[in-house]
Design a protein around this ligand. Structure first.
Ligand SMILES: C[S@@+](CC[C@H](N)C(=O)[O-])C[C@H]1O[C@@H](n2cnc3c(N)ncnc32)[C@H](O)[C@@H]1O
Length: 341
């Protein structure tokens, strides 16, 4: 505490904030240092933008002559720095991008803003707002970013036959991949309407003019979101029919690919419609076997766990009472077409 005498001669106590120096760990490589600099740089610019916006907001609330004294009395920087912050925020708003103050480099497509997952557990706390729209079963765009990073090149062709809210498309656009999207209920203009299964159980893919490098599939995890996907969706099928669909669908995708990858995201089911005597439906294991059965070779299992918040407190309490585990296991199964088939 610092003691001061103010104008009315009253002793006041002013708090001195001590901000400790953070711990610096030596980078292992120059690449590591670059990643850290880029990441901190991004945070720094985001913070500068928010500070600039706040300053402008405060300026509006106060009388003209009150603003400068307010800065001097309350902030750790002066008028000139405040002007820089506000000008920076305005530039960002004008361009719709976070800019570097000098040089106007946008952060779009700067590799440092995307930090690939190095391990085969891809855990994301929330969906990146830039990718996809609010949609039942929306996946984090970061998952697709990592998938594209490891299994595609720029200008590769990526196809999503169950596109939902268009997450795959948005990420492809950001990462310069060509993307074709389909769904039985298109939600956005670039998603083409296509029903994968007719009433007789025949599975047909849309006609493509190019051979995909990667087919990404995020199907309904059987009946888990039956209500949300509506009548006619594969979530309405019996479990047997659902697995038959997966087999036919994987087989059609196999025919479509040349040397490409088939990535399939699937979650185990531990709630709802569990057959009597079973504790879970192991979709990840079952689908993996089915897809291998049509000729694909399983190359990688990437664990993309769900959050514990996926379950309601009532479900958690019920599971505890019944001494059973709830499932957070969701796997991204990456297959490759084996040419010898
Ligand atoms: C899990 S959601 C995909 C979510 C998407 N990955 C996202 O991030 O927004 C599964 C999608 O499969 C679609 N679908 C279900 N049955 C289908 C069918 N028979 N033909 C085509 N699409 C189907 C649903 O309409 C739904 O949009």
């Amino acid at each position: 505490m610092q003691k001061e005498i103010d104008e009315s001669n009253e002793l006041i106590e002013q708090e001195t904030k001590i901000i400790p120096v953070p711990i610096w760990n030596e980078p292992k490589t120059v690449d590591d240092a670059q990643i850290r600099i880029e990441r901190l740089g991004t945070n720094m610019h985001q913070h500068a933008y928010l500070v600039g916006k706040d300053l402008k907001w405060v300026k509006k609330q106060l009388k003209h002559e009150e603003f400068l004294p307010w800065i001097n009395d309350n902030l750790w920087f002066g008028e000139r720095t405040a002007q820089h912050f506000m000008r920076f925020a305005k530039e960002c708003d004008d361009k719709g991008n976070l800019l570097e103050y000098h040089g106007h480099r946008t952060f779009k497509n700067v590799p440092g803003t995307f930090l690939p997952k190095v391990y085969d557990v891809w855990n994301f706390s929330e969906c990146d707002d830039r990718f996809g729209i609010v949609y039942p079963g929306r996946i984090p765009g970061q998952l697709i970013m990592n998938l594209l990073n490891y299994y595609t090149e720029e200008n590769d062709i990526v196809v999503d036959f169950m596109a939902g809210g268009g997450t795959t498309y948005d990420v492809c656009k950001e990462m310069n991949r060509i993307c074709y999207c389909y769904d039985r209920k298109p939600t956005r203009e670039f998603i083409v309407k296509h029903e994968l299964r007719d009433k007789n159980g025949v599975v047909k893919l849309p006609q493509l003019t190019e051979t995909p490098n990667l087919i990404f599939t995020d199907p309904p995890y059987w009946s888990m979101m039956k209500k949300e996907y509506g009548k006619g969706a594969i979530s309405e099928l019996s479990l047997k029919e659902y697995y038959e669909f997966i087999e036919k669908f994987a087989s059609e995708c196999y025919k479509l690919l040349d040397n490409g990858f088939f990535a399939f995201l699937i979650q185990n089911q531990t709630e709802k419609d569990i057959p009597v005597g079973e504790e879970a439906i192991l979709h990840t294991h079952n689908c993996s076997k089915i897809i291998e059965g049509v000729g694909f070779k399983l190359k990688r299992i990437i664990n993309c766990p769900l959050h514990t918040q996926t379950f309601l407190p009532q479900q958690v309490n019920k599971a505890k009472e019944e001494t059973r585990m709830l499932g957070l296991v969701r796997d991204l199964l990456v297959f490759k077409k084996c040419q010898e088939k």
